[in-house]
Design a protein around this ligand. Sequence first.
Ligand SMILES: NC(=O)CC[C@H](N)C(=O)O
Length: 222
Amino acid sequence: MRAAVVTFPGSNCDRDLAVAFEAAGFEVHRVWHKDTALPERLDVIGLPGGFSFGDYLRCGAIAANAPICREVKAFAEKGGHVLGICNGFQILLETGLLPGALMRNASLHFVCKPVGLRVETADSAYTSKYTAGAEITIPIAHHDGNYQADAETLARLDGEGQVAFRYLDNPNGSAADIAGVLSPNRRVLGMMPHPERAVDPLHGGTDGAALFAGLTEALVAA
Ligand SMILES: NC(=O)CC[C@H](N)C(=O)O
């Protein structure tokens, strides 16, 4: 299994994401934002958390226009798996691969703490090792995690089972408590919480490990 992890200027979770992929059995290839080609035969691309380009303009807006993102978009449009975490989720929204926007937290404060999530669907490579309805704890760390979309989009996400995770106790004002969303083909996942920060007992919790394990299992079976 081959994973790429993209680094932008200001990424700070790229190594953590690479370590989580490796722990789940992936061979990880690090990719720089200026690269114009992806490694061959990739199974998944990870867009990590952080503060790409200092969060200028809007979080993720400059990164989404980096040369490598043309390739990430093409990979996703051909049916590839792409996982965007926190700033990576913000970048996915800015590329248009996922719908909606992430606005400033309702509190206007940076929020950094473990939060409770409900797994809303087990129907994706990322969530297949969880049971729908399971409650898990994963850390968040962001100032722009307030997910918003128009009513029609929210109804569609709900109706199509594209909401992957919901907050149990909404920390940022997100519409419908949404913490993570899937693309229509269920292969692109964007989420604000950081599963890569919950894969080792030393992290204080391991509830994120099943996400990476599920992905490995699904990709091996594919
Ligand atoms: N941890 C992160 O990826 C932070 C995301 C983003 N820059 C924010 O603060 O909202």
